[in-house]
Design a protein around this ligand. Structure first.
Ligand SMILES: Nc1ncnc2c1ncn2[C@@H]1O[C@H](COP(=O)(O)OP(=O)(O)OP(=O)(O)O)[C@@H](O)[C@H]1O
Ligand SMILES: [Mg+2]
Length: 466
C-alpha cells in the first residue's frame, strides 16, 4: 500500500470518527436542552391554564371550559410560540374527564389519571413522556386544588425536526471537511513522496552502476538532508568505484606483465640449457669418444681429469638454474637460509656488499608469506644492482609481536618514486605482494640520496590468509 493511500485513509478515518462523535454528542445535548426548554415552557403554560380552569370551575362554567381549552391550544400552537400542543384535558377529582381538546371518542387510555399512580391532589407539574400513536408527547399534569387535574400534552416532533436539521448541517460540514482534508492530504503526500520517488529512482540507477546520478535538494528540511547525504554517498561510491577500476587495471597489467616475465625467464633458462648445459654435455660426449681411442695411461688420466672438470661445472650450472627457478632452501631450510644463500650469491655476482640482519625469525613463517618476503627482497636487491649504482646495501628483517618489518636500503643514485613508469612491474609486484597480506610499503628515495624501501606486514592475520 502506498504512503498516499495510507495517509488518505488515516485522514478520512479521523475526520469521519471525529464528526460522528461530535454529531452524536451534539444530537444528545441538543435533544436534552430542547426537551428541558419545552418542559419549562409547558410548566409556565399549565400553571396559567390551571388557574383559569379553577376560576371557570368555581363559576360553574363547565360548558365554556372546552372553548377556553381549544382557544388556548390554538393560541399557543401558532408559529410565534414555537410549541405544538397535542391536547389539553381537565379531569375531576375522581379521574373522570370534564373537558378536552381531543375529540370525545379519541381519548387515549394513556391519559387516564389512574395511570399516574399518584393521588391527584398531590400532582404538581408532573412530567411524563408518552408515545401516543406515532407521536412522542411530553405530558404535564398539575392539580387544580381538590377540584381535579389539568393535563397538557406537548408534541416533541419539533425537537426531532430541529435536531435533524442541525445534524444535516453538521454532516454537510463534515463532507466539506472531508473534501478539504483529502485535498490537503493529497497535497501533503505529493510534497512528501515526490522527493522520495526521485530518491528511489536515483537509488535504482546507482544500484545499476550509474554513479553520476544526483538528486536535487528540495528544501532545507529532513528530506533535503537526506538528499545531501544521498549525493555524498553516491560521490563516495563513484570515487570507490573509480579506485577499484584503477586497481583492477593495475592488477591486470601486473598479471600480464608477470606472465611475460615468466615467459622471458623460461626463454632465458631454455637458452642457457641449450647454450651452456648442452655445450658442456656435447663436450663430455666428445671427451668420452676421445677417451675411448686413448692408449697411453697418461693421456687417459689427463683426459678424464678434464672430463671431471667439465662435469663438475655442468653440475654447478644445473644447480644454479634450479636455484633460480625456485630456491629449494626456501621450502627445506626456511626463509633465513634461503636469504643467506641468495645474498651471498648476490654479493659475489654484483660485487656489492650487503649487510643482512634478521631478528625474530627463529620460527618458520607461513609458507606463502616466506615466498613473498623472499621475492620482495630479491626484487629490491635486483633493482639496486640494476639501477642504483650503489657501493653498499643493507637488508633488515625484524619480527616483533604482531608486525613484521623489512627495510632494504642502498647508498646509490636514488630516484623520484613519483616518476616511476607504469610499465615497470618490480615495485608494483612488491606492493601487490605486501597487499596480499594486508601490508603496506613506503619508498624513501630522492635523486642522489640513496633509496630505502620499508615493508610492514601485520603478522597475526586471520587464519584464511596464512
Ligand atoms: N634502488 C633503486 N635505486 C635507483 N633507482 C631505482 C631503485 N629501485 C627502483 N628504481 C627506479 O624505479 C624504477 C622502477 O623499478 P621497478 O622495479 O618497478 O621496474 P624495473 O626494475 O625498471 O623493471 P622490472 O619490471 O623488470 O623490475 C626503475 O626503473 C628505476 O628507475
Ligand atoms: Mg625491478
Amino acid at each position: 500500500m502506498s504512503i498516499r493511500v495510507k495517509v488518505l485513509g488515516i485522514v478520512l478515518g479521523v475526520i469521519l470518527l471525529l464528526s460522528l462523535f461530535v454529531t452524536l454528542q451534539m444530537r444528545s445535548v441538543m435533544f436534552d436542552t430542547l426537551r428541558t426548554e419545552l418542559a419549562q415552557q409547558g410548566t409556565a403554560l399549565i400553571v396559567h391554564v390551571a388557574d383559569q380552569t379553577g376560576e371557570l370551575l368555581d363559576d360553574q362554567q363547565v360548558d365554556s371550559l372546552r372553548f377556553y381549552l381549544l382557544d388556548r391550544q390554538i393560541h399557543y400552537s401558532s408559529d410565534t410560540h414555537n410549541t405544538r400542543i397535542a391536547y389539553l384535558a381537565v379531569f375531576d377529582s375522581d379521574g373522570k374527564i370534564i373537558a378536552t381538546t381531543l375529540p370525545d371518542d379519541a381519548i387515549p387510555s394513556e391519559l387516564q389519571p389512574a395511570n399516574l399512580d399518584q393521588p391527584l391532589s398531590a400532582l404538581h407539574d408532573h412530567l411524563s413522556y408518552l408515545s401516543i400513536g406515532d407521536a412522542a408527547i411530553l405530558d404535564i399534569a398539575t392539580s387544580i386544588g381538590d377540584q381535579g387535574l389539568v393535563r397538557l400534552g406537548l408534541d416533541e416532533g419539533r425537537i426531532g425536526e430541529t435536531v435533524n436539521i442541525v445534524t444535516l448541517q453538521l454532516l454537510t460540514i463534515t463532507l466539506i471537511m472531508i473534501v478539504i482534508g483529502l485535498g490537503a492530504a493529497i497535497f501533503l503526500t505529493w510534497i512528501l513522496t515526490q522527493p522520495i520517488m526521485s530518491l528511489v529512482a536515483a537509488t535504482q540507477a546507482v544500484s545499476q552502476g550509474d554513479f553520476t546520478r544526483r538528486v536535487p535538494r528540495w528544501a532545507n528540511d529532513e528530506l533535503g538532508e537526506l538528499a545531501t547525504a544521498f549525493n555524498t554517498m553516491t560521490e563516495s561510491l563513484a570515487q570507490a568505484e573509480h579506485e577499484r577500476q584503477e586497481k583492477e587495471a593495475l592488477r591486470a597489467r601486473y598479471v600480464s606483465g608477470v606472465i611475460v616475465a615468466q615467459e622471458d625467464e623460461r626463454k632465458r633458462i631454455a637458452r642457457e640449457l641449450h647454450d651452456s648445459t648442452g655445450q658442456s654435455l656435447t663436450s663430455i660426449l666428445v671427451g668420452l669418444q676421445n677417451l675411448k681411442t686413448s692408449t697411453s695411461p697418461e693421456e687417459i688420466a689427463s683426459r678424464s681429469d678434464e672430463l671431471r672438470g667439465v662435469i663438475s661445472r655442468t653440475i654447478d650450472e644445473v644447480r644454479n638454474l634450479a636455484w633460480q627457478l625456485r630456491p629449494s632452501a626456501l621450502d627445506d631450510l626456511g626463509l633465513l637460509s634461503a636469504l643467506d644463500h641468495y645474498i651471498s650469491e648476490f654479493q659475489t655476482r654484483y660485487d656489492i656488499p650487503v649487510d643482512f640482519v634478521a631478528n625474530g625469525l627463529a620460527q618458520r613463517l607461513p609458507r606463502e608469506m616466506e615466498t613473498s618476503i623472499y621475492r620482495i627482497i630479491q626484487e629490491a636487491l635486483t633493482n639496486i644492482a640494476r639501477h642504483a649504482q650503489a657501493n653498499y646495501a643493507s637488508v633488515m628483517i625484524d619480527k616483533r609481536q604482531s608486525t613484521l618489518r623489512i627495510v632494504i636500503e642502498d647508498d646509490g643514485i636514488g630516484f623520484d618514486p613519483n616518476r616511476v613508469q607504469d610499465r615497470s612491474l618490480g615495485l608494483q609486484g612488491i606492493r601487490e605482494r605486501a597487499a596480499l597480506f594486508q601490508g603496506t610499503i613506503t619508498l624513501e628515495s630522492r635523486p642522489s640520496q640513496g633509496t630505502a624501501l620499508f615493508v610492514t606486514l601485520p603478522y597475526d592475520l586471520p587464519e584464511n590468509l596464512l
